[in-house]
Each structure stands twice: as structure tokens, then as C-alpha cells.
Design a protein around this ligand. Structure first.
Ligand code: SF4
Length: 111
């Protein structure tokens, strides 16, 4: 479903049936977020970009809304975990590299 920023996001849920207007993010953790989710958060959220770069089914994302600069700037903090290797993923756009290893042909080019 397209999020309020107009980008496809699997975690966005909107119910507009018969005049209803219910919107929610089903990824952002309410307990660890310092502020509540609102539709404008989708404009600054990196999740659609991460899912576009890496669609690995074993990678589990978790997200929370945080603030910096004394609460003036909001950002979405993302952490990723690989359920196959049971390790944290440092760069979610790339993944952990276990089930999608870099092909030898590319390693040979780099040498
Ligand atoms: S906040 Fe991020 S994860 Fe949640 S619906 Fe918006 S784009 Fe998707």
C-alpha cells in the first residue's frame, strides 16, 4: 500500500472504507519511540528505500521514532536482524551477506 508520502510500503495500513480514515504504521514500535507515529513520519522514513535495496525475507527490521538536536529534529532509527544467521545486520540496504554472497566474478574484478 502507498504510504502518505506516496511511496509503496508494506508496513503502512490505511482504511478509507465508507468514510473511515484510519492510518497506521505496523512497524514502528510504540514502546521504544519517543514520539507517536504520524503520517508525516513517512516522508523521513528510510524503510521503503531499504526494502527496495534489499528484499531478503530473513531480514527482520525494527524501527522507532527518535529525536535529536534537543527534540527539534525527528528521525526513524532502524535496526535489522537476520533470522537465518541470528546476527544483527550492520547495513540493512546490503544485508549480512550470508545467503546472498557476492559472486566470485565480482571479487576477481576487484583484484
Ligand atoms: S513510517 Fe516508514 S515503515 Fe512506517 S508506514 Fe511510513 S514509510 Fe512505512
Amino acid at each position: 500500500m502507498k504510504n502518505p508520502a506516496g511511496i509503496e510500503c508494506e508496513f503502512f495500513y490505511g482504511n478509507y472504507f465508507r468514510g473511515q480514515s484510519t492510518e497506521e504504521c505496523r512497524l514502528i514500535n510504540r514502546k521504544t519511540s519517543t514520539i507517536r507515529w504520524a503520517p508525516e513520519i513517512c516522508k523521513i522514513c528510510p524503510v521503503p528505500r531499504i526494502k527496495l535495496a534489499n528484499s531478503c525475507k530473513n531480514m527482520v527490521l525494527s524501527a522507532s521514532i527518535q529525536t535529536k538536536w534537543f527534540g527539534l529534529k525527528k528521525y526513524v532509527h532502524i535496526s535489522a536482524y537476520c533470522s537465518q544467521t541470528e546476527k544483527n545486520v550492520e547495513v540493512p540496504e546490503i544485508g549480512c551477506g550470508e545467503c546472498h554472497p557476492i559472486q566470485d566474478i565480482f571479487n576477481n574484478i576487484a583484484e
